[in-house]
Design a protein. Structure first.
Length: 244
């Protein structure tokens, strides 16, 4: 990663990201942890969306995040050891952890370097767990929302992950997959904040960003129920790679 890398754009909108991004279903978190008794390192932790769920179940979670703005918000999670680093440079010793997780992050990494580095920090048996939340394209309104947002994810560049699984190199091999469908219920302002937290929206010129956010607000107001709530359907895709 470099200072100009889109992966490091999120710090400029860290508060917005933390407020608007969806959590991860309990079923997914429990599945990642199932059968793992040792330490857990959450890499690319962001503001701690997955980290907090892991910390509710395990003590001593290490959260690794390259962006200082995002990392500063990890301090609000009790008992978290937040460290600067990335999937290519994890600041823990060889064999130090039994589970490495990454949520909404693997698509940013250098796959050969990250695969080797995460294998280094895993004890045997060990596990790598990769997770993504996707807006459900089965809902026509979500398709319209994605079109308004533009950007890589609405162009279908991550379809391969959904259908074939993420690309992870040796010594990681076959993976198991879990898909959970669920609804994130928010209000219109949070929907707009969610749009504003996307990397490809953050880096746009102000006039273009304002146009996108205005379109998203219009769609949110169309979708909102009588109580002002907006139902945003998600599918969470989780993959686990076990090292023995």
């Amino acid at each position: 990663m470099t200072p100009d890398d889109p992966a490091l754009s999120f710090g400029a909108a860290a508060d917005t990201y933390d407020r608007a991004r969806p959590p991860y279903p309990d079923e997914v978190v429990d599945w990642l942890l199932d059968g793992v008794a040792g330490p857990v390192v959450d890499v690319g932790a962001g503001t701690g969306k997955l980290t907090a769920a892991l910390a509710a179940r395990r003590d001593g979670i290490v959260a690794v995040e390259p962006d200082a703005g995002m990392r500063s918000l990890l301090a609000r999670i009790p008992g978290i050891d937040a460290r600067a680093g990335s999937a290519e440079e994890v600041p823990v010793s060889d064999g130090a952890t039994s589970l490495v997780t990454m949520a909404q992050a693997w698509h940013w990494v250098d796959v050969p370097r990250a695969s080797a580095e995460l294998a280094r920090v895993l004890d045997r048996p060990g596990r790598l767990g990769l997770v993504w939340n996707y807006r459900s394209a089965a809902d026509e309104w979500v398709v319209r929302l994605s079109a308004a947002l533009g950007g890589a994810d609405s162009a279908g560049l991550m379809d391969e992950i959904r259908t074939q699984g993420p690309s992870v190199e040796s010594p990681f091999g076959a993976h198991e997959r879990l898909v959970v469908a669920w609804d994130h219920v928010i209000d219109v302002d949070t929907l707009v904040a969610l749009a504003a937290s996307r990397s490809y929206v953050i880096v746009r010129p102000p006039s273009e960003r304002d146009r996108v956010l205005s379109a998203v607000r219009e769609l949110g107001e169309e979708r909102a129920g009588a109580d002002g709530s907006v139902r945003l359907p998600y599918e969470t895709y989780a993959f686990r790679f076990d090292l023995t």
